[in-house]
Design a binder for this molecule. Sequence first.
Ligand code: FAD
Length: 619
Amino acid sequence: CVAASLSKKHLPLARFIGDSAAPVAANFDVVVIGGGHAGTEAAAAAARCGSRTLLLTHRVDTIGQMSCNPSFGGIGKGHLMREVDALDGLCSRICDQSGVHYKVLNRRKGPAVWGLRAQIDRKLYKQNMQKEILNTPLLTVQEGAAEDLILTEPEPEHTGKCRVSGVVLADGSTVHAESVVLTTGTFLRGVIVIGLETHPAGRLGDQPSIGLAQTLEKLGFVVGRLKTGTPPRIAKESVNFSILNKQTPDNPSIPFSFINETVWIKPEDQLPCYLTHTNPRVDEIVLENLHLNSHIKETTRGPRYCPSIESKVLRFPNRLHQVWLEPEGMDSDLIYPQGLSVTLPAELQEKMITCIKGLEKAKMIQPGYGVQYDYLDPRQITPSLETHLVQRLFFAGQINGTTGYEEAAAQGVIAGINASLRVKRKPPFVVSRTEGYIGVLIDDLTTLGTNEPYRMFTSRAEFRLSLRPDNADSRLTFRGYKEVGCVSQQRYERASWMKSSLEEGISVLKSIEFSSSKWKKLIPEASISIGKSLPLSSPATYESVLFHQQQQINEVQQDEALQLPKDLDYLTLRDVSLSYEVREKLHFSRPETIGAASRIPGVTPAAIINLLRFVKTTQ
Ligand code: FAD
């Protein structure tokens, strides 16, 4: 680094080897900072790859903490979990041991877009995750706050201005490592907001991370600011469930992990969820009190995904919004009102809650709050999640502008693998867009960046018919086993057995001749006894459609330069199927060509095909 343009003058907060008066505490191959959803996966993945790894986090008792919703999975997110699992990651297995209500979303559509989802017992999840982490070979856990980075000269064969070689803790001690992974979530200069009150915190009850944020900024990283929020928590006994719509779990439960045939709890012992709605009185309370709501006052937009009730009221006035009342755990007395994220002053939150059907006598145990935090423009990282600016420094999770446990876990597993590969001087492990939702996520982030919390949807993947939850193992487990060694022998053998059983089943199907109408009837029934989570019907259903999908990809590639009419009014365009979100993005960006439109974050491949065909027919 000394040789490069960075000098100590420019980096007063970053320590250089030899600078520190504090004794060297320890040496590791990989240090992961942060024990959230990205950090646990990163640390476990690096250790599975054979690296001596340290997980350094504020508190051991918050490892695996679910900061917001008591659920995992969903549309697109469930796909990410299957892919994390295919690489022998943790979150899917832990969810199979900790869920209280398992339900597959989107069942009416084809299996390519089914969303595996479960309500999770927060306490159990944390316990099971901590047990797993504390029992992972080669993985050490240390409590402490990383305040600064230790930097050294870059390797000549690589670009990057300097190389990270360790971390300085708040107590002045140092940890040296070959690679460092930052997974600090919402903690970088985190500020919590309720009403007009703000105070520094990474999340409720936790200190923010200031020193590290300053170091990153001084190093020259482009830093942005994002916001998110969480709903109040309500006493279970104070809710009148008897007048609400009840949702029961699936029977049988579909496990998240490929290695499980079933989950830890029987469907009949699982907990229900209940549905209620907001009403005009809720809108009134929100609108009358905007002046008391600084999180919302600064901008009416707020996060598009997991939006607050205030932004829903402002964006879609006079509508009733769903509120799902979700259990927080088997023996928890709390209910999580999903859809009611709010930052009004606490007394107004309580007033708003009690206007809602079933919640007339609800007792608020903890108010909702917003959090504002620094994130790093993800265009500053490579597809292996290593930063361009500092060699061997990796970023994963919410720090990269994403939202959600699953998005964080997906990046964590990739960062952990690559941090380990870097130590071994092996080529990076990159998942492409054609191989997985992980590839879509990382490609979107690293090429397009994001200016709002990014979450995964199936619509973001142009190859979604081939990137199904049921075939994540055949896409990634073999690569994980052979190329990087992050997959256990047991999982590899199971995936091999599933693959050969499937191939056998498909060749049997192909050898039978029926009329197309009879096939249509039979295919949904086709399954072989290799686990409920792997229906043979899925690959059979999509065989011909995949061919069609490739044709669509070719079509867009051919017409990349096609000019879009300058006067096209996207907001009122009725003859083309585009979601409101896509219309808004096209309206604001006004792309000149189809190619430019396809590169706008959030404009889906399906939307591009529809727009392309519309423009071609009207020209
Ligand atoms: P986290 O899970 O936040 O983990 C960060 C970890 O890093 C923590 O363990 C922390 O202690 C540790 N850490 C931070 N700095 C340091 C340091 N300097 N030294 C040592 N350790 C450090 N997601 C949704 O999908 N929907 C929502 O509605 C939603 N709402 C949210 C509301 C709030 C208020 C918050 C806080 C989060 C919300 N999230 C939501 C986000 C979700 O919690 C995150 O996406 C997910 O937890 C990110 O995982 P992560 O591993 O990146 O960070």
